[in-house]
Design a protein around this ligand. Sequence first.
Ligand code: 13P
Ligand code: ZN
Length: 277
Amino acid sequence: MPLVNMKTLLTRAKINHHGVGAFNVGNMEMVLGAIKAAEDTNTPIIIQIAESRFKHSPLYLMGPMMVAAAKKAKVDVAVHLDHGQTFDAVKEALALGFTSVMFDGSSLPYEENIAKTKEVVMMAKKYGASVESELGHVGGSEDGSQEIKALYTDPSKALDFVNQTGVDFLAVAIGNAHGVYKEKPKLAFDVLDQIASTVSIPLVLHGGSGISDDEFVKLIKHGISKVNIATASFIRLTQEAEAYLKNADKHNYFDLNLAMVKGTYLNVKHHIEVFNR
Ligand code: 13P
Ligand code: ZN
């Protein structure tokens, strides 16, 4: 039963200076592709789903499938709620057996973010689950529907935030953004260094899609332990499905299913290899 707590994976990653990939999933094919990539590379991963995706991929269906897939996997897999915005979503994920949750209060005023995150930490404790929170604000959105402005994490507040909330992992905003980058991201390694030198818990990078392999290696060297990848998997899955529909004379669900699994597999495998260089 290798369903594990994200804390186990990230504590190990921080000590060994490698990154753990956290891959967003939206259907069964993505779950199968991600877990197969982890098994083939013999590397632990995190599978996660964001609350904003529930309208396409409801948690009451996705959650049990993600937990079951992790339990059956041949490698350690953590199951995580990504960008929880409401206490209802947090409670539902914990009740379904997710081993960690993110509470994203990054657009709230500082004190309110602290107060709400603290409540989530209390909720998670009852389940032995761990908690990720975000300080500053990662811009953009995975489906390009929102042009949210980024707000860099203030390194002078990071330690206070971690101490007051009791979170296990901190997501940082250092020029990273969700979705497709319009121009090459300018990552503020000086800000990351300042945060990493004051905060001892594992740090998380959101908006991984579109960041170059060399920059991933550098980010991990500078203290990032978890890297979130969503858009790149959604794109690769769609490309494989498109290629199948274009190149095959006759179509059937079963081969379309395999194309979607393959698209996710290829993207996840590539990122696993980069994060463990
Ligand atoms: P991307 O969609 O940019 O890879 O971001 C993933 C993410 O941060 C999920 O929380
Ligand atoms: Zn994110």
